[in-house]
Ligand binder design. Structure first.
Ligand code: ADP
Length: 415
């Protein structure tokens, strides 16, 4: 790089070079050589004066005369290098051509990065200083970039905080609204029942039908609000995970929906297993309940629902399958049904709110697991979730347990 050819750019004005030399003539000579770089040149006539300037201003490079009376160049360089804030500034020693190798080596050990020999060759001085000026400018640009990245990052963190605060506010707002809506709804249900009781004898068939529809609509809305509350509660509930035997969870879930399953003439086969998973008890019961209810609900009219519940070990996870003989789901819909309010059927064919699977997904995700479904239209569905296994200490290996499970499948709770 030829410093001569480098046009003094505007930003070079901010670049300062410190020249420390006891000889006025040498300082003047260096000044006139370096002027074309367009940098700011600062002169010091001794080591101590140079040190004072270095403490007050920032320099891109130091040109330091080796032979000065009092504090010489080596001593000055040694003191400069002792200061942390100054240790990165490159020092170019200016010394006579006759300098011995030993002295040159001494200079390097005092922190010199290069030498300029006298009598000075203008082109060499300009080129050497020009390289360090460029390096300094690049370093400053990098520092500025790092600073603006840091600011950007801080901005992002602040925005994320604001967003999650807004989100929390919105969720608690939804929770309150949903909660408060239940009271007038109960009034609608109660008053309708009261009207039918007191004045029912005056109603014709249409009147009775209308009253029935009001009650149904209110009951449906109440169910939806309850499910919405359950869904939003999932966000706040403390995640107390504990080792749970899946078999017990399935049994608890089935107990809760026993009546419903019996009414639908559903048969549920639960394959025996000994696995335990880390999960939140009531949440997991809710998840299993939702999956079994759906399996028993989305059935071809006139066909009795047949469900199989089984476990599968997959590395460090246990997968629970809930398989049904129902109407099935087209593969392209298998993902979206886990989103809230997504339903594939009208209410007349199959009742529901579209919240059940959203609860399943959110609850399992919060417990550190995954959910999914394999299905085809008309060929039943196989819903699954998986959770981290709890390893049994001093018990037969899980593989052995699994082999036992294969041999001894049993109808645990056929309904
Ligand atoms: P809901 O059951 O209240 O409609 P879900 O969130 O539980 O809501 O389910 C969303 C949709 O996914 C259902 O409306 C239905 O279309 C589909 N679905 C869920 N489970 C099954 C299943 N076992 N078989 C077929 N379709 C299902």
């Amino acid at each position: 790089m030829s410093a001569d050819n480098t046009p003094p750019s505007a930003s070079n004005e901010n670049v300062k070079i410190l020249m420390i030399d006891d000889s006025r003539d040498k300082l003047l000579a260096m000044e006139s050589i370096l002027q074309s770089l367009g940098v700011t040149l600062v002169k010091a006539f001794s080591g101590p004066e140079g040190l004072r300037l270095l403490l007050k201003q920032e320099f891109a490079v130091i040109l330091l005369d080796v032979n000065m009376p009092g504090m010489d160049g080596f001593e000055t360089a040694g003191l400069i290098r002792q200061r942390r804030s100054l240790e990165h500034i490159p020092i170019l020693f200016v010394t006579a051509l006759s300098t011995t190798d030993a002295d040159i080596f001494k200079g390097y050990s005092f922190g010199a990065v290069d030498y300029v020999l006298t009598p000075i060759l203008p082109e060499i001085l300009r080129t050497k200083v020009g390289v360090f000026v460029e390096l300094w400018k690049q370093r400053r640009a990098l520092e500025a970039q790092a600073e603006s990245l840091k600011r950007l990052n801080q901005d992002l963190v602040a925005r994320a905080d604001q967003l999650s605060a807004a989100n929390r506010e919105l969720e608690s707002f939804c929770y309150t609204i949903a909660h408060d809506l239940r009271a007038p709804l109960r009034a609608v249900e109660g008053l309708t029942a009261g009207i039918v009781e007191d004045f029912g004898q005056h109603f014709d068939e249409t009147g009775h039908e209308s009253a029935e529809r009001i009650r149904d609509a209110a009951a449906r809305m109440d169910q939806m609000i309850q499910e919405l509350l359950a869904y939003s509660r999932l966000k706040f509930v403390q995640m107390d995970l504990q080792p749970l035997r899946l078999e017990d969870v399935v049994r608890d879930a089935m107990k809760q929906i026993e009546y419903d399953l019996r009414e639908k003439k559903a048969r549920v086969q639960v394959k025996r297993s000994r696995h335990r998973v880390l999960a939140h008890q009531s949440m997991l019961v809710q998840v299993v309940t939702n999956l079994i209810c759906n399996g028993a609900k989305f059935c071809v009219a006139g066909v009795s629902p047949e469900l199989t519940i089984r476990e599968e070990r997959r590395g460090e996870m246990i997968r629970l399958w809930v398989e049904d003989n129902g109407i099935g789901i087209a593969p392209e819909h298998c993902e979206r049904i886990f989103r809230i309010f997504e339903r594939l059927h009208d209410r007349e064919s199959y009742g529901g709110t579209g919240i059940g699977l959203a609860i399943v997904q959110k609850a399992i995700t919060r417990m550190g697991g995954k959910v999914g479904v394999e299905s085809e239209l008309g060929r039943g569905s196989r819903f699954w979730f998986e959770l981290p296994i709890v390893k049994e200490q001093g018990k037969p290996s899980a593989e052995a347990a699994e082999a036992g499970e294969q041999r001894g499948t049993a109808d645990l709770q056929g309904v």
